[in-house]
Design a protein around this ligand. Structure first.
Ligand SMILES: NC(=O)C1=CN([C@@H]2O[C@H](COP(=O)(O)OP(=O)(O)OC[C@H]3O[C@@H](n4cnc5c(N)ncnc54)[C@H](OP(=O)(O)O)[C@@H]3O)[C@@H](O)[C@H]2O)C=CC1
Ligand SMILES: O=C(CO)[C@H](O)[C@H](O)COP(=O)(O)O
Length: 479
């Protein structure tokens, strides 16, 4: 077989098939391979005339079809499947070749794989791809890890197939080894928070505002024209406006209220705990999915008293809708801020040089959280690379200031009425925690010292101290 393919894609499921087509539509010769040969044949049969494909039925044929240095992209499930595919192909590759893992791998696995393949002279390029089935075909957002050397070869290809915003590609080299997959993981964590916040806004508009799903779809359509403009708000309106063909009921009413997850939100929260990075809105969104699926627990709590739910007049409901818009926007800014801070914390921990403005730039298009306000995040980090928080930027700070009363009123209304808003509440608590002059953490330190002699620091002098709580005089000593 002649080595004519600029890239090969193995794993021709939902994502791999469309990424292969995207490369081919952009003029690249693409070798295609799948464990189950039927998928390769089906791709050739249905889409074979879209571009230059080289179908390969064995691993050897696949590798032989690739130009040197070989560029081989894996699009299979994270974990054991990815390891077994790497093992199969690494044995057939040579130093200088590149394996790109475009699946949703855990960044720690990517770091491990990168180090092992580096020993063999093979570049392992952990790459986050976002945009789902449609994005993979039409232009995803691509977060590339691995060496700068491999990006010099692969970058133009990724940039070409990626989404474009203002003529700029939504693909970039994020940093070495697992940085691309780390940033993709945080993208998904933010995705969880954004979706939960939107769902809470819907719930409030329905239960407090008294609106129907169709009316709420119109509210989201209106919001989508403003500062909340985003793919997730847009599709929310579509889902809410959809009527179930079987029953004639709103679609949202016939779907079971137990949310699933494939695990990237959970990974974000687990990793955030290791980094001591307080991503509380993301965590609450992840736990909200878990709680929704706890049927037994929900049955045990069912029927217990909640709050009171007075009917709102139409005028009051309209005013409430405006409050919820403020609360949603402010909470969203906090959730995104938490995600960016987590990336900063990880960059410090793992020695990655991540340009935070670039992360915002490549999330403006192609990915699930694409949103108009990402351009403002890009601009904020471009203006100040050292920005610790989005709230350090004047415009975001002013918007949060303006949102104070409606944001608090929304969370208070929900609490009074017994409507759960875990992500709204977490975002507001995060804001109040970080802006507080003094936190009750001082009391915690006292408790820790009391029961475990864990020591504390004083506000008025340097050093570490312990109080002898058991002694009559409760003397304090330097520890
Ligand atoms: N779906 C989405 O919206 C997104 C998915 N991703 C990630 O992309 C990756 C692929 O997802 P998706 O395309 O949806 O998955 P699919 O389930 O559609 O396809 C999975 C592919 O993996 C192959 N595969 C599974 N196990 C093995 C194995 N042990 N050895 C060889 N091949 C194997 C399957 O081959 P076979 O046909 O033989 O079973 C199939 O081609 C995942 O990591 C996913 O998390 C990333 C972004 C978005
Ligand atoms: O990666 C993605 C988008 O970028 C997928 O949408 C994500 O896998 C969906 O996650 P979950 O099934 O956990 O909701």
């Amino acid at each position: 077989m002649n080595a004519t393919a600029a890239i090969g894609v193995t794993g021709l499921g939902v994502m791999g098939r469309n990424l292969a087509r995207n490369f081919a539509r952009n003029g690249y010769t693409v070798a295609v391979h799948n464990r189950t040969v039927g998928r390769t044949r089906a791709l050739m049969e249905v889409y074979g005339d879209e571009g230059a494909f080289v179908p390969a039925e064995t691993a050897e044929e696949f590798v032989a079809a690739l130009e040197r240095p070989r560029r081989l992209m894996i699009m299979v499930q994270a974990g054991a499947a990815t390891d077994s595919v790497i093992e199969e192909f690494a044995a057939l590759l040579e130093p200088g070749d590149m394996i790109i893992d475009g699946g949703n791998a855990h960044f720690a696995d990517t770091r491990r794989r990168e180090a092992a393949l580096r020993e063999l002279g093979i570049h392992f390029v952990g790459t986050g791809v976002s945009g789902g089935e449609e994005g993979a075909l039409e232009g995803p957002s691509i977060m590339v890890g691995g060496s700068a050397e491999s990006y010099a070869v692969l970058g133009s290809m990724f940039e070409r197939i990626s989404a474009k915003v203002d003529g700029e590609p939504c693909a970039a080299h994020i940093g070495s080894d697992g940085a691309g997959h780390f940033v993709k993981m945080v993208h998904n964590g933010i995705e969880y928070a954004d979706m939960q916040l939107i769902a809470e806004a819907y719930d409030l508009l329905r239960q407090v505002g008294g609106y129907t799903p169709h009316e709420i779809a119109d509210v989201f359509r209106r919001w989508n024209q403003g500062r909340l403009g985003s793919y997730l708000v847009e599709i929310t309106a579509e889902v809410l406006a959809h009527t179930d063909a079987d029953t004639g009921a709103p679609f949202v009413d016939v779907v079971q209220d137990a949310a699933g997850q494939k695990g990237t939100g959970r990974w974000t929260v687990q990793t955030a705990l290791d980094l001591a990075s307080p991503v509380t809105a993301i965590a609450q969104a992840t736990f909200a999915r878990a709680a929704s699926g706890q049927r037994d627990l929900r049955a045990a709590y069912a029927g217990l008293p909640g709050g009171t739910r007075p009917q709102l007049s139409r005028t009051e409901a309209e005013r409430f809708t405006s409050q919820v818009e403020h609360a949603l926007y402010a909470s969203k800014v906090i959730a995104y801020d938490q995600g960016w801070k987590m990336i900063q914390d990880a960059a410090a921990e793992y020695g990655w040089k991540i340009d935070l403005g670039t992360v915002a730039r490549i999330w403006r298009g192609g990915c699930i959280i694409r949103a108009s306000f990402l351009d403002r995040i890009r601009a904020a980090y471009a203006a100040d690379h050292e920005l610790v928080s989005l709230l350090g930027e004047m415009e975001f700070a002013m918007e949060i200031t303006d949102a104070q009363v409606p944001w608090r009123e929304t969370v208070a209304s929900a609490a009074r009425r017994g409507i759960p808003v875990p992500a709204f509440s977490a975002a507001l608590a995060h804001y109040d925690t970080l802006r507080a002059d003094r936190l009750p953490a001082a009391l915690l330190q006292g408790q820790r010292d009391y029961f475990g002699a864990h020591t504390y620091r004083r506000t008025d002098r340097e050093g570490t101290f312990h109080t002898h709580w058991g002694a009559a005089d409760r003397a304090e000593t330097s520890a």
